[in-house]
Design a protein around this ligand. Structure first.
Ligand code: ATP
Ligand code: MG
Length: 274
């Protein structure tokens, strides 16, 4: 029987070595090709969870299955070829002396020819809007630039599964738009941890809401991420546009707002200059 589940997490619990509990009995499944929003207030466990999914944090507690293979020490390098992770802090991602070398690192390790590596670096930098940055030193870039280069280091590997921790944080509006549009064009399975709920509504089909290490809700992103009460009760806030338009925010963000919806919200949209 074919199994279309790309990620299965069962009963995953974790406490950091100093004893801080970070994950408590986390369970969920993600189907191949799904775009999943991972939301929760600061300290909810989002980053800790993502770090488990490609084995950065090793844990014998619970069970993680990636593309049909149980995550274990012996297959971590195979799994890392399938799963690309953009860390929350770009300083954890960038370690070479030029942007080119950082973005080329993955494709070189995957054994691509010099020509293909150059092509991949060029395309990935284009996608994050930073063409021409090849010879810059990553550590001399602004935080937002570093974040965009971090995304490029993963895009250059075209992984089947992409884990993105706050991909739009600290980006200017143009940089944020570039990343959103790029993510929308990628077929890979994605988990995006973010506080930018508006961008998640635009990109994601499904949402997982965490609080204090637990998954407290899962479902369609249009249900979870527009549920003002649910978000408030877990320390989050719906974006103003959700408060203004309610459920109709989905067609607006996904570019299929019809004439009756435009008429219904005419005054609000005019006021907001949309
Ligand atoms: N290296 C660490 N050592 C000890 N505790 C940690 C460590 N990293 C994170 N924690 C704790 O684990 C819990 C989960 O943190 P995590 O970084 O996963 O949250 P998060 O949901 O990603 O938050 P944010 O929205 O701030 O990025 C928090 O209580 C945090 O203080
Ligand atoms: Mg985090």
């Amino acid at each position: 029987m074919s199994d279309d589940r790309d990620i299965i997490v069962k009963n995953l619990s974790y406490a950091y070595p100093d004893g801080t509990p970070a994950l408590k009995d986390v369970c969920f499944e993600i189907i191949k090709g799904e775009n999943v929003a991972l939301v929760g207030q600061n300290g909810a466990g989002k980053s800790t969870l993502l770090l488990h999914l490609n084995g950065v944090i090793e844990n014998n507690n619970g069970c993680i299955t990636i593309a049909g293979k149980q995550l274990e020490k012996k297959n971590i390098s195979d799994i890392r070829k399938k799963v690309g992770v953009v860390f929350q802090d770009p300083d954890d991602q960038l370690f070479m002396s030029t942007v080119f070398d950082d973005v080329a690192f993955g494709p070189i390790n995957m054994g691509f020819s010099e020509e293909t590596v150059k092509e991949r670096v060029k395309k990935s930098l284009q996608k994050v809007g930073l063409s021409g940055f090849e010879e810059r030193c990553p550590h001399h870039l602004s935080f937002g630039e570093k974040k965009r280069i971090s995304v490029a280091t993963v895009l250059s590997m075209t992984p089947d599964i992409l884990l993105l921790d706050e991909p739009t944080s600290n980006l200017d509006p143009g940089g944020r738009r570039n990343i959103i549009e790029t993510l929308k064009t990628l077929d890979s399975t994605k988990i995006i941890a973010s506080h930018d709920i508006e961008s998640l509504l635009e990109i994601c089909d499904k949402a997982i809401l965490m609080d204090k290490g637990r998954v407290v809700a899962t479902g369609r992103s249009e249900e979870i991420l527009t549920d003002i009460e649910l978000l408030n009760s877990h320390g989050l806030e719906a974006p103003s546009i959700v408060k203004m338009l309610g459920d109709d925010v989905i067609p607006l963000l996904r570019n299929n707002f019809d004439s009756s919806q435009i008429k219904k919200h005419e005054k609000t949209l005019k006021k907001a200059n949309l």
